[in-house]
Design a protein around this ligand. Structure first.
Ligand SMILES: NC(=O)C1=CN([C@@H]2O[C@H](COP(=O)(O)OP(=O)(O)OC[C@H]3O[C@@H](n4cnc5c(N)ncnc54)[C@H](OP(=O)(O)O)[C@@H]3O)[C@@H](O)[C@H]2O)C=CC1
Ligand SMILES: CC(=O)N[C@@H](CCC(=O)OP(=O)(O)O)C(=O)O
Length: 315
């Protein structure tokens, strides 16, 4: 028997990328809605209820609408949007967190983590669990992301808008300067921190690839760990994970003439973690594809768990 899978938002950025992943799988049948009816609630309702698994790759309001349209017990929902990520009735789809994989396997409702939140939580949570970072550490972080993270409208802006001709997009742009980025609630809830991190995202003129940097100061941490100690904790935590790689503590080897390469995980579901250090200064950088482990790859990884497939199908 093949599982029926429907992608609501199939023409969007994350939806199209999910199709790329799904096209490699044989145990599923993809249900495709007519292009002209893709926003018709009545038609969507038929597809949503016929499917064993649905991916919601929609804006927040349409996501809520789709969830309300599911009227049966069978359909499992994987939600790529921001809504429901901190909702207690939904499971957070980050299998690499301790005990999370089992929750996902039996869940009917899974929310895929936000792209920036993914790297942040995978950095902070293991350190707090190991007792080398305190819950009330004043964390700051910044993330550099490609413009596909902003969906179709972001791609249109960077590839076809008047701003391109005016050369206004040649430089990286900070955003969420009020420090209230929409991923903050999930970053707080799943990292184990007591206070919101000071998070500064930056969008730049390339399509895909994200790097979340979390600097820490050892003398402010319990046990004053060295960068190597931090590296050790992260390596042990992710030892058995196929999609999270803690890179050898040998920073120079990964650099290209002294520069960090942000795009190396593009078009994969991999997330690489780097630890750099100097005296009591530590910098942890996670690198991944915002459309891979930051969205669509992670969504399909969750589906694999929920259907009992090989999780590595997302490779
Ligand atoms: N891009 C990324 O890297 C990431 C995105 N996300 C989240 O995933 C979700 C989808 O994002 P993304 O794919 O980038 O966004 P896009 O804007 O690229 O795609 C959204 C799609 O939803 C469709 N849509 C809009 N309203 C409705 C509706 N009422 N009914 C049915 N379809 C509708 C749009 O149709 P049409 O184009 O035809 O108007 C479009 O194809 C968002 O919630 C986003 O926040 C999460 C992580 C990363
Ligand atoms: C470049 C860019 O604008 N990126 C989006 C994040 C995309 C994502 O992961 O967020 P959601 O799933 O929560 O929408 C942003 O920072 O708001």
């Amino acid at each position: 028997m093949k599982y029926k899978v429907f992608v609501d938002g199939q023409e969007g950025t994350t939806g199209l990328k999910i199709f790329e992943y799904l096209s490699k799988l044989s145990d599923i049948e993809i249900l495709r809605i007519d292009y002209d009816k893709r926003k018709d609630p009545e038609e969507r309702s038929k597809f949503l209820n016929a499917a064993d698994v649905v991916f919601l790759c929609l804006p927040d309001s349409a996501t809520k609408e789709s969830v309300a349209l599911v009227k049966n017990e069978k359909t499992k929902i994987i939600n790529a949007s921001t809504v429901f990520r901190t909702d207690k009735n939904w499971v957070y789809g980050l299998p690499e967190l301790k005990n999370q994989r089992d929750l996902i396997r039996t869940a009917k409702r899974v929310s895929v983590p936000g792209c920036h939140a993914t790297g942040f939580i995978l950095t902070i949570r293991p350190l707090i669990e190991a007792g080398i970072l305190q819950h009330d550490y004043p964390v700051t972080c910044y993330s550099l992301t490609g413009y596909s993270g902003a969906g179709k409208s972001g791609i249109e802006e960077y590839e076809n808008s008047a701003l391109v001709t005016e050369k206004k997009l040649n430089y990286p742009r900070h955003y969420s300067l009020q420090l209230n980025h929409k991923h903050i609630p999930e970053m707080l809830l799943y990292s184990g921190l007591l206070y919101e991190p000071l998070f500064s995202p930056i969008i730049a003129n390339y399509a895909q690839g994200l790097a979340m940097s979390v600097p820490l100061i050892s003398r402010l941490m319990p046990k004053t760990p060295s960068a190597k100690d931090v590296h050790e904790v992260l390596s042990t935590y992710f030892e058995k994970e196929r999609f999270v790689n803690v890179m050898t503590y040998d920073s120079e080897a990964y650099l290209d003439e002294g520069h960090f390469m942000i795009s190396e995980c593009n078009n994969t579901n991999q997330l690489d973690i780097f630890v750099f250090g100097q005296k009591d200064r530590i910098n942890i950088i996670s690198r991944y594809d915002n459309l891979g482990k930051g969205a669509s790859g992670a969504a399909v990884q969750n589906m694999n768990l929920m259907l009992g497939f090989d999780e590595g199908n997302t490779d």
